[in-house]
Design a protein around this ligand. Sequence first.
Ligand code: SAH
Length: 225
Amino acid sequence: MSSGQVTPLTSSDATEARAQMVEHQLRRRGSFDERVLEAMARVPRDRFLPEELRHLAYEDGALPIGSGQTISQPFIVATICQLLELSGDERVLDVGTGSGYQAAVLAELAAEVVTIERVPELAERARSALVQAGYADVEVLVGDGSLGVPARAPFDRIAVAAAAPVVPPALYDQLVEGGRVVVPRGGRWGQQLVLVERTKKGPLERASLPCRFVPLVGAEGFAGS
Ligand code: SAH
């Protein structure tokens, strides 16, 4: 059956596959702003995947990217962007770079993106994928993102792409007033994607949808795996 060969995705195939993804996985299933849909239609998800998985880039799911980690499902990436309500001039922190895909979508929607990854090899690969896909301005850092990035704080928005038992207090502290953080909160095997806004009176929280992310491993996440 498989000879180990996969048909390479040409760039026009990819553009078409992306348009289908936006239509079927996003527009018909959720209520997303046009800006979010346009960003999802622009970012070449295939470029953020290992070569042998690129032909699956526009399927409706998460995919392995090495080091036991995954690129998030397009629907989840779009949902995080939607919850963050980005208008274009925000400074954003993306925790859990993984492939760099979420960071690229955020870069389409905001002014400045800093992303942090704990696994150096993934950060390195994400950095080169981001450059190749035209997102060289995204700053990729290596470290424990459960502590945020105090040297670059404050942020208008923070997106966390790994599951945490609680909303890491350091992340909340690094938000401007009126800022928002989205975190998959819960146990290792299932979470709720929650949106928390920083207000004068303290955290204002709204629950969103059930989800399943890899664990956030760090000082304010889960113990190492
Ligand atoms: N947004 C990514 C999804 C990556 S999966 C994408 O679009 O591809 C979550 C990532 O979070 C993994 O790469 C994992 O290594 C990373 N991670 C887990 N704990 C972390 C921590 N404390 N700080 C930074 N990154 C972390």
